[in-house]
Design a protein around this ligand. Structure first.
Ligand SMILES: C[S@@+](CC[C@H](N)C(=O)[O-])C[C@H]1O[C@@H](n2cnc3c(N)ncnc32)[C@H](O)[C@@H]1O
Length: 325
């Protein structure tokens, strides 16, 4: 929102009272610590799928890799054709190991950059099982402009990952900085995942479409994304027949260099580094992290043996909520 640029991008309770929006004080260390503590769950989840041949085959039957790319509520083939470029740059942010975003668009094989902060773990899994799927590039959504040039990308796809990030609004701003004018940030998510997952691990934000508006919310804040991006992007939120939340965010104007999304670029990377340095210096954190590694590794392996319906019931009991999906 152009007229409201004093508000910090990375808000904490402290920064709301004491607006030092250009300093590291606006980085949310509580959320970044929670994010780090969520790594063992995510890595164990994907390893459990890949370690067993039959669950790996099931996963690959869902994967879209090599199939014609089809996205809900967005004609991706026409969009890529309209870019009138030999090699439009396409990035799948928070791709994990599902290969749900296809590299075949409009009948042509396209070069897709698969990017995820857990890339080192995921690439190790691919190596351990000698699999030939594309390797994953390391990167966080919140630091995209460290990895890609400004105004260089045509399409950024994010599926089930924006709501896993520490600061979803920063991911969106960083995507807009990297997109060319007319480029698209395509988001496709389950509704209100943090509520369903009881705000455990990576699940700190809910994504929803309320009265036709694309919103990101948790117990502390509610962001109307179209309102925030006014002047820079056009936001079209919608709900699919199966209840998924889609947002097609088209960049309409370049983000000026003095915009806080650009000037606060280093805040997130620096905050994350500080979190890592302090987190792993604490013995309780290390012991807890390694204990969760073991527990989730065993837990996910057992989960792979259970029927899907039972897993949903267990999750709903853990989160204290009725399973809706
Ligand atoms: C549920 S998986 C989604 C995988 C895939 N996109 C899909 O739809 O099947 C969520 C992924 O988001 C990644 N993630 C978490 N925080 C992120 C961030 N800040 N930026 C980018 N990706 C992130 C996680 O590492 C994880 O691999």
């Amino acid at each position: 929102m152009k007229e409201d640029e004093k508000k910090p991008l990375l808000q904490t309770e402290d920064s709301k009272d004491n607006d030092e929006s250009r300093t590291i004080s606006s980085f949310d260390f509580t959320l970044s610590k929670r994010w780090i503590s969520g790594i063992p769950y995510e890595v164990a989840f994907w390893r459990s799928y890949y370690r067993n041949r039959s669950s790996r085959e099931t996963l690959m039957s869902w994967s879209q890799y090599g199939k014609e790319c089809e996205l809900d509520h967005f004609d991706v083939a026409s969009f890529i054709e309209s870019q009138e470029m030999e090699n439009p740059v396409i990035v799948d942010v928070g791709c994990a190991l599902s290969y749900m975003f296809s590299n075949r668009i409009g009948g042509k094989e396209r070069s897709v950059i698969y990017l995820d902060p857990l890339a080192p773990y995921y690439n190790k899994i691919l190596d351990d099982y000698s699999l030939s799927y594309p390797r994953i590039k390391f990167g966080l959504g919140e630091t995209l402009s460290i990895h890609f040039k400004k105004n260089s990308l045509s399409l950024i796809h994010v599926r089930n990952a924006l709501d896993h990030s520490v600061c979803p609004m920063m991911v969106i701003w960083q995507a807009l900085i990297c997109l060319r004018p007319g480029g698209v940030l395509y988001l496709n998510h389950k509704p209100n995942e943090a509520e369903h997952e009881a705000y455990i691990g990576f699940h700190q934000y809910n994504i929803d479409c309320q009265n036709g508006r694309f919103v990101i919310w948790n117990r502390q804040e509610r962001i109307d994304v179209g309102h925030e991006l006014a002047g820079y992007a056009d936001v079209k939120g919608s709900v699919t027949d199966s209840g998924r939340i889609v947002a097609v965010i088209t960049k309409t104007s370049n983000i000026p260099d003095d915009h806080k999304a650009v000037t606060e670029n280093g805040v997130y990377a620096s905050g994350m580094l500080e979190t890592l340095i302090t987190y792993f210096h604490s013995a309780p954190n290390v012991i807890g992290y390694q204990a969760r590694r073991g527990a989730f590794s065993l837990g996910h392996r057992m989960m792979r043996l259970l029927p899907g319906g039972l897993i949903k019931k267990i999750k709903s009991i853990i989160s204290g909520k009725k399973a809706t999906m």
